[in-house]
Ligand binder design. Sequence first.
Ligand code: MN
Ligand code: MN
Length: 484
Amino acid sequence: MEEKEDKAGQAQCGSECPEKEESAAAKRSNELTWTFKDCSARLDAGQTEEAGKFAEGYKIFLDRAKTEREFAEVALEECQKAGYHLFEPGQELRPGDRVFHLNRNKAVIMTTVGREPLEKGLRITVSHVDSPRLDLKPMPVTEKSGIAYLKTHYYGGIKKYQWVTVPLALHGVTARNGQENIRICIGEKEDEPVFCISDLLPHLASDQMDRKLREAIKGEELTAVAASTPFDPESKEKDLVKLRFLDIMNRKYGITEKDFLTSELSLVPAGHARDVGADGALVGSYGQDDRICAYAALRAELGCTAPAHTTVTVFADKEEIGSCGNTGMNSDFLLHHIQDLCRTMKADERTVLRNSWALSADVGAAFDPVFPSVFDEQNSCHLGKGCVLTKYTGARGKSGSNDASAETLAFITGILDEANVPWQIGEIGAVDAGGGGTVALFIAGMDVNTVDLGVPILSMHSPFELSSKADLYSLYLGLSAFLK
Ligand code: MN
Ligand code: MN
């Protein structure tokens, strides 16, 4: 169990102060009230050091896996190193066997077979590996007044004004004949150019400054500078700057304008994850929602070589736009994986689902002291107080939420407490201040006990989100205890 804040013991006097007897109220308060302590008071020195090392690996991972496809590549590499095999339904599976399923290069499921029969239930974790970003439109390249631009359509919930005047990198693939995939990445190496969306200088922005913040930058104004010199200045052809951009893309990747029609290309913040704050206790990076939970889940799954219960560690796509599509959690791809496992191991599917436990591993909105009014401080999660258990998300009276049961919360907190994992609670903000959702309801919809467990994030959905290394490590410890 967690220790309580010893309020009475922390009296306002120094060592010369005579020992006072604890007042009745202080004693009773100590017995009855509850406060979550910081991780710094709950992790020992060795664990704090481990948390720092863990974050080093995390930062490298963040730089390598900025899109769901890049995550899938990293995950498959790890699967190969750790002896996972591509799951073929019907193949013989024994305790300790490890298999993976790759869903269309964008979502991944990893499974380690447990000692217990499947009917005793699975241990499922689901994180998502897509993040808000600026997707290129199907016909993105245009030219205006001697500048070539890339037109975008934003993906997920963003504050549009945050995405101008920051360096952006182009990531994605072009598919040809449904076969060949050409990987595209420009702007991540130090010697490569980046892309950038311009904003109006303050001198001429008085009309723009009167716009509502929601419209400060409009969707159609999110167009990124792609090139600014003509292909051939002497030529009489039209759109020579656009041609210059297409020529560069053709030389580099062999593609033409038509190939953009069969591409998935995104602009994401260029650059690396960094430590934040003089103490380096935080990580600042693009895409921590939800790759922070994905990294913790990946490491926990890899480390869990002989579980009691069979693990199902899912990395999903499309969460940021409602989990739709056949790589999102609103599709049946997880159900089908579980059905395949059940058939392969001759287990009753409904019994397996009913007895399973799931953690929806997604980030929480950390209390922001600069904007306290949209939070209920005592029901918010806080940076540095551990992984965050969220009973319900949703908006307007918990609508669209999983709303986990008391029994589910007790089961998970029991596991966390037994393993001495720093955890806290959180809700997405003050009542009616807004809201949000996770994939929890889709997992619960399969008749599985489900609750959200994640990490608090400051500046969520911005180009540079902040998280605490101690919280990340706490989630890793928590997921490891859950899978054990
Ligand atoms: Mn998320
Ligand atoms: Mn999100």
